[in-house]
Design a protein around this ligand. Structure first.
Ligand SMILES: [Zn+2]
Length: 325
């Protein structure tokens, strides 16, 4: 098991042990009671910490995806209607994930919905928070670890610079995991969406199938109980492990963006652990809800509680004005 995956596994065990604490939205760690800096000073410090770091590990989670306009996963709102309008009218789902959990009467309609779901992320433009982050990191040595499946980071950076540990909407796997292969989903999804037109179901012959067993394919993503944790999955953990270990003695900044309370084990707590154990590491989190800075890290880190899109926009503007005098 790679270094980073091992960290995640340990964190998961801790999570199970303190499940009731986590489930109530809290953390078993003792948090700092130091008052936060005023917002403008936090932005200046964020820019300065990025500037002074030798390298940065970005941890991009659900809050970043939501800040970038991917806000239709858990609610029936204007953007859900824009992309899933015909399903919203017919089934009144409360967001994109609700439709994924629906018991569809036919495989053709299930795939119509799933193709719509995948097509939305596959064809989405790169959203402003990701572009602002990219501008902030310009000229830096950095690596991206993400639990988002929305392919935003891989639209910006080469695969070797991004670890997608919860999968990626651009790939299919065998739904029964009969093989360790993954294959392209972008072409088949475009075909399904085109063939469906204004209907809610795809033609039977377009249902994507596993080339090995002939069973149905499924997107290569965690969340539905059949996530293929094979070669491609291990590669993601190997990439982030290599980067972190190669830079453990550098001025390494862990920059956490939008981790929710249900999944602290992939980015947040490993980042805490590494910041504590590496001598020159620093930690900054941006979160629109939770102000969770462990007491042990109060001199090595900061949390900005504010809308992520706003923070990245303001930090980019501040950075472009040059170093503070
Ligand atoms: Zn198969």
């Amino acid at each position: 098991m790679s270094f980073y995956e091992d960290l995640v596994t340990q964190t998961q065990m801790n999570y199970s042990h303190y499940y009731t604490v986590y489930a109530s939205g809290r953390t078993p760690y003792e948090l700092t009671d130091k008052p936060a800096l005023p917002y403008d000073q936090q932005i200046a410090r964020l820019v300065q910490e990025i500037r002074e770091a030798d390298c940065v590990v970005v941890g991009g989670a659900s809050g970043l995806s939501a800040a970038g306009g991917g806000d239709f996963y858990y609610e029936d709102n204007a953007s859900y209607r824009k992309y899933f309008g015909k399903y919203a009218e017919k089934y009144h789902f409360n967001g994109a994930f609700a439709g994924m959990m629906h018991h569809w009467a036919t495989r053709e309609e299930f795939w119509g919905y799933l193709a719509t779901f995948l097509h939305t992320t596959q064809t989405a433009p790169i959203r402003p928070p990701y572009l602002d982050l990219d501008a902030l990191l310009e000229g830096k040595d950095f690596f991206v670890l993400t639990t988002n499946q929305d392919t935003q980071f891989v639209k910006l950076y080469p695969e070797e610079q991004v670890a997608e540990i919860q999968g990626d909407h651009r790939f299919f796997q065998c739904a029964a995991c009969c093989t360790d292969d993954t294959w392209d989903a972008v072409g088949p999804v475009a075909q399904m969406v085109q063939a469906m037109g204004e209907h809610t179901a795809i033609p039977t012959e377009l249902i994507p199938r596993c080339p090995h067993c002939g069973g149905e394919a499924f997107p290569w993503v965690r969340g539905y109980g059949n996530f293929l944790q094979g070669k491609k999955y291990e590669e993601q953990y190997e990439k982030v492990s290599r980067y972190v270990l190669a830079h453990k003695d550098s001025k390494l900044l862990f920059l956490e963006l939008g981790v929710g309370r249900l999944t602290p084990m992939f980015i947040q707590e490993p980042f805490w652990n590494l910041t504590l154990s590496f001598p020159h590491a620093r930690y900054i989190a941006v979160n629109n809800q939770y102000n969770f800075l462990p007491k042990q890290l109060e001199d090595k880190g900061m949390v900005i509680v504010e809308d992520i899109a706003k923070v990245l926009r303001d930090a980019r503007a501040s950075a472009s004005r040059g170093p503070m005098q």
